[in-house]
Unconditional design. Structure first.
Length: 203
């Protein structure tokens, strides 16, 4: 059974490592090189993307041993709720919700970073110079219909805000799909994963 990925050390650098935010996962490299989306991807891959395997690990093998007759009929394990409430609840508390909580912690921290002033932005001077040049431009759309167009380079905080918005959407989709699998496998699972997760967070 998977273990939740430990929350990395939270720092603005973790959030602002935009050069690898959309690249190949660095999750197996040392924590110092880990970006926020690397952590999110790795956590999802070890818990949510492999939810069926994680739930299979909770099933106790039959004491009577293997019965060759059991292969005479094809059955779908996904259609039967073969995990009791206690095992599922333990999995939620120790693994699933713990992983979700770690990911929420990173998302919430990086959201706070994105909404704070960024005096260390390395592109701030370049953007300021670009804005100054734009204010000196002569705009005459009769001679050049494109002369009025001006696109400033977005700041690190703007890029981070956009990335976090996308990651929130992905996170909700992943959790919804994970819960669908759980509802097929667990006895009497909570109907609403959001309510169940909030209850866990308040413990």
């Amino acid at each position: 059974m998977a273990r939740p990925t430990a929350t990395p050390q939270l720092s603005p650098q973790l959030c602002f490592s935009t050069s690898t935010l959309r690249g190949a996962s660095q999750a197996l490299k040392p924590t110092l090189n880990l970006t926020s989306t690397d952590f999110l991807r790795f956590s999802r891959s070890t818990v949510d993307d492999t939810i069926s395997q994680n739930l299979n690990a909770l099933v106790t093998p039959a004491r009577a041993g293997f019965d060759p007759q059991s292969t005479s009929q094809r059955t779908s394990r996904l259609s039967e709720r073969d995990l009791n409430t206690e095992r599922c609840a333990n999995f939620f508390d120790k693994v699933l919700f713990a992983a979700w909580g770690s990911r929420d912690q990173v998302l919430e921290y990086c959201t706070a970073v994105a909404s704070s002033p960024d005096p260390d932005d390395p592109d701030a001077a370049r953007r300021e110079l670009q804005m100054k040049k734009d204010s000196e431009r002569v705009v005459d759309e009769r001679l050049d219909p494109y002369s009025g167009r001006f696109y400033t380079r977005e700041s690190r905080t703007e890029a981070l805000t956009s990335t976090l918005r996308q990651e929130r959407v992905i996170e909700n989709i992943v959790r919804h799909r994970t819960w669908e699998v759980i509802q097929n496998r667990c006895e009497e699972p909570p109907e609403d994963w959001q309510a169940a997760f909030e209850t866990w967070r308040k413990k």
